[in-house]
Design a protein around this ligand. Structure first.
Ligand code: NIG
Ligand code: FE
Length: 409
């Protein structure tokens, strides 16, 4: 039984034990002048520094620094074979994301590269990215397939994600995204590809236990609402709850459909109308906002976070780390974008990026807050003037130390 006592914490940010919405989202529970006791990788106790226990296997003096619960990044495409900076330059020269995608670039570009890559290469590169984001405060993560787009390559990608799950100290959730884009050879007969996703890929993915969730890119350049419903229904029957990419560029009905199938989350939501807000209001589906994508593409809209929050919808923040629309998985920068471009308050952004992200990938019981009994995934900064300083100081790296499962990382 190993115990670690962190003492002289300027502010200990506890966060909320369960997902929060409405006015609670703007409230961030903290303890000033605190101690934190960790035992066997879990939070054992905390309180005022004056009543800190005297003994522990390791005593660490935080010297007035702040301790935060780690971020839960509930939406990433961390496994990919190659970067896509040529498309970045193409967009600077005037092409849109949809135009690049229509001519076979975008997701299909990543799929060609991934199909040619071997598992070890994909695994090693994804582990390097994972290590980088852990250093930036991520303490739990979701990773999607979706750059395979054939049975073999989707399975290859998901096996790589399984290896990451086994190798990583932070929890990893896997999402099957066979319906990310229609490969060129099926564009004349889309149904043949959707049949493959439903009848060939999904059963094998489930048989091998490779996924926790199912995802579809519901968008004009990708899958229709009807196709999305068919895939969600098939996933649901096989025990995979849905997390759906929708409303990135257009409102097509993907939100209502996702709510109908009890999706855990609808992700992107850059374009949302009032009926869609109503549908979400009467549901348990979480709205996962990914502000790095419209920031990087500089063509869409930032999600109407204020409208969603004011309507009482549970909002999460995630990175969307992927080579096409978000070549970065740094959650502190996501927080800054949420505050600057979506007018979320720093406390709202912090809760959305921790406990609400945890709820969006079924990790709420063990992660997302500093709560007695939860896993000790946290990070430490130096002394700060306030927690608001974290998103304010965009681009600075304030994180000095990271702890994963009660071990300094
Ligand atoms: O979440 N929008 C769909 N999927 C990814 C981008 C994929 C890509 O361009 O490679 C996203 O932004
Ligand atoms: Fe995405």
């Amino acid at each position: 039984m190993k115990s670690i006592l962190i003492k002289n914490i300027g502010q200990l940010i506890l966060g909320h034990t369960h997902a929060v919405k409405d006015s609670a989202l703007a409230n961030l529970p903290t303890v000033s002048d605190a101690f934190l006791l960790i035992e066997d990788g879990r939070i054992k106790d905390f309180g005022n520094n004056e009543i800190a226990p005297e003994n522990a296997d390791e005593i660490f003096d935080a010297k007035g620094g702040f301790v935060f619960p780690s971020f839960v990044d509930s939406h990433t495409h961390l496994v990919f074979a190659a970067s896509r900076e040529q498309e970045f330059v193409d967009r600077i020269n005037g092409l849109s994301y949809e135009e690049i995608s229509a001519r076979g670039g975008g997701i299909l570009n990543s799929a060609r590269k991934l199909q040619a890559a071997d598992e070890d290469f994909l695994f090693e590169n994804a582990m390097k990215r994972l290590e980088e984001v852990i250093q930036f405060g991520t303490g739990a993560i979701e990773i999607k397939s979706g750059y395979g787009l054939t049975l073999d390559s989707e399975l290859k990608m998901l096996r790589v994600i399984r290896r990451i799950k086994e190798a990583s100290n932070i929890p990893v959730k896997a999402t099957f995204l066979g319906a990310h884009s229609i490969p060129m050879e099926f564009r004349g007969d889309r149904k043949v590809y959707v049949d493959k996703v439903v009848d060939e890929m999904l059963p094998q993915v489930v048989f091998e236990g490779l996924a926790d969730f199912i995802d579809v890119f519901c968008e004009k350049v990708a899958f229709t609402v009807e196709e999305t419903e068919r895939i969600m229904e098939a996933g649901q029957k096989m025990g995979l709850p849905a997390k759906i990419h929708t409303n990135q560029f257009f409102s097509l009905g993907g939100i209502e459909a996702s709510v109908k199938y009890g999706a855990r989350s609808v992700d992107h939501l850059e374009v949302v109308n009032d009926d869609e807000i109503k549908a979400l209001q009467n549901s348990k589906t979480i709205a996962t906002l990914l502000p790095s994508a419209p920031f990087f593409l500089n063509q869409g809209h930032f999600p109407p976070a204020r409208k969603l929050i004011d309507a009482g919808i549970t909002v999460a923040l995630a990175s969307d780390y992927n080579p096409g629309t978000t070549p970065s998985g740094k959650m502190p920068f996501v927080l800054s974008l949420a505050c600057i471009n979506m007018r979320m308050l720093p406390n709202e952004a912090f809760n959305a990026a921790t406990i609400n992200g945890a709820a969006a990938i079924d990790l709420e019981e063990d992660y997302g807050s500093i709560t007695r009994g939860k896993v000790a995934n946290l990070f430490l900064t130096g002394p700060l003037s306030s927690t608001d300083f974290l998103p304010y100081a965009f681009g600075s790296n304030l994180i000095e130390k990271v702890m994963v499962k009660g071990v300094w990382h």
